[in-house]
Write a protein that binds this ligand. Sequence first.
Ligand SMILES: [Fe+2]
Ligand SMILES: [Fe+2]
Length: 356
Amino acid sequence: MQQSSAGAGKKKLLIVDDEKYITQLLTELLENEYAVETANDGIQAFNKLKSDSFDLMLTDISMPNLDGIELLRLARTQLPEMNVVMMSGLATTENVIDALNLGACHFIKKPFKIDDVNNIIKQKMNAAAAGDGASEVDAIMTDINYLILSNNYGRMTDIKKVLPNCTQSYYEIFKDARVVKNLLKIKQFDDAIYRHSLDVGIIASIICAFKHVKVGLLNAITLSGFLHDIGKINVDYNILNKSEKLSAEEFEQIKLHTFYGHNILLEEGFKEEVAEVAFKHHEKLDGTGYPRGYTEYGIDTASQFISVCDIYSALTEKRPYRKKLTPQEALELMHKDFVGKINFDVVKLLKLFIEG
Ligand SMILES: [Fe+2]
Ligand SMILES: [Fe+2]
């Protein structure tokens, strides 16, 4: 372990990697700017966290004794607010999701470019210091970028073509501080619901961008996707995360998120069209949905659209009660179990960007 000299007044950075040449290289790169300490495994690092505080920890995942994910889990007990950037040559979806669940703020894939690491550390250190709206938007955009990189949204080469339009739309949407505030409320309540909310917005935006819909509509649909489940913040957390079968009464509690969502969004001053999606995204065209059991004539197009994105997102996520499905498996299940219930014009669009 090493400690930089002349560290007084500098922000503190802990670098953790079992490959000593990496800790040495990064120390040389960063010690002018930060008070750098290093550790060569998770246990050494955790001992440092117990006796000292750091502004940011940069940690490898694969390490002997205690790996980066376990270290992050333990670190949260000592320094819940510390920024953590993960590095790994094995950036599997599970790794990324575990790290995000534990509040890691960035994921660097090895081998990395020195300049990239430098920029990311600088950006995260500055964002933490700023603590303003801009850093909140940056944090959400980082989460969105991770989801896009770690999720299998289909043919990435084609998706990359529409991503600039989608990204522009996200920044446009996040100019509204109410959107940022409510997304962060969801994140605070349950990170999994937050990721699902972003996921639904991302899927909706990609489909709209593929179809070249007008910017105003793209933004409105994406916004409705981001906030469709806002009402869940008023539902009992333990019921939402129950892995056993829900009782009828518990299911009734969950259904209420549609009412809550509608109310929250109207109270916040969002347009009725946005609140309507929160209210109707679980309605089914054949009248078997909730909360009202409307048929297709009572369900607006945006709600039908988000309903498809919502189901696809839910099926491709791991839930407490089942494993996640691949995009193909999700599409197959939708064709099998949802005929007559959801809008298959939207499913066709979804299929386009998944399968080509
Ligand atoms: Fe929902
Ligand atoms: Fe949902």
